[in-house]
Design a protein around this ligand. Structure first.
Ligand code: SF4
Length: 169
């Protein structure tokens, strides 16, 4: 049951609460993952059902199909700060991933949310660590492309492994 404190301030009693978080679509149970699956996180699903979170999938907003080949970030350039995104079959999908990240940022900014709960390790949504481009489940430090834009826009970032205080175990 939604608590009174979760209702929009000043809204009539019983009105829908204001969303607090944008969340990765796959954590909310949307089948937007590269293989057509999802990664439902019970706490995130409950937030969406209560109207407290808005699901967004940057890779869906990129125009890439579902299913699609798995993709990972590949650092390049002399200082390894240039990020490209390659599919496992070698296609360069950097432009599509950047487009999806920009569109997803716009979707997030259109809400009043200033927090995000994102899918850990994803090339778009990962927070603090992402797969390293070797397709061997090896991690390296870095944010997903959408996560980076959200961080730069001032959002507080969490993942399903590190939920906001009060939501996790
Ligand atoms: S881009 Fe993000 S929301 Fe979309 S499927 Fe990948 S991890 Fe989930």
């Amino acid at each position: 049951m939604t608590k009174a404190a979760e209702l929009t301030p000043g809204s009539p009693q019983g009105a829908r609460p204001a969303p607090r978080y944008v969340v990765s679509g796959c954590l909310a149970g949307l089948c937007c993952r590269y293989d057509g699956g999802s990664n439902p996180c019970p706490e995130v699903v409950k937030l969406v059902e209560a109207g407290l979170a808005v699901p967004v999938c940057p890779e869906s907003l990129s125009g890439l199909p579902v299913p699609r080949p798995p993709c990972e970030q590949v650092p390049g350039g002399p200082d390894k700060n240039e990020i490209r995104v390659l599919s496992r079959d070698g296609a360069d999908v950097t432009a599509a991933f950047k487009l999806g990240a920009r569109r997803a940022l716009e979707a997030a900014l259109a809400t009043d949310c200033r927090g995000a709960i994102l899918k850990a390790r994803s090339p778009s949504c990962g927070v603090g660590t992402v797969y390293d481009g070797s397709f061997s489940h090896t991690l390296r430090p870095g944010d997903g492309l959408w996560a980076r834009l959200l961080r730069e826009a001032g959002f507080s970032l969490w993942t399903e492994d590190d939920l906001p205080p009060g939501l996790g175990a």
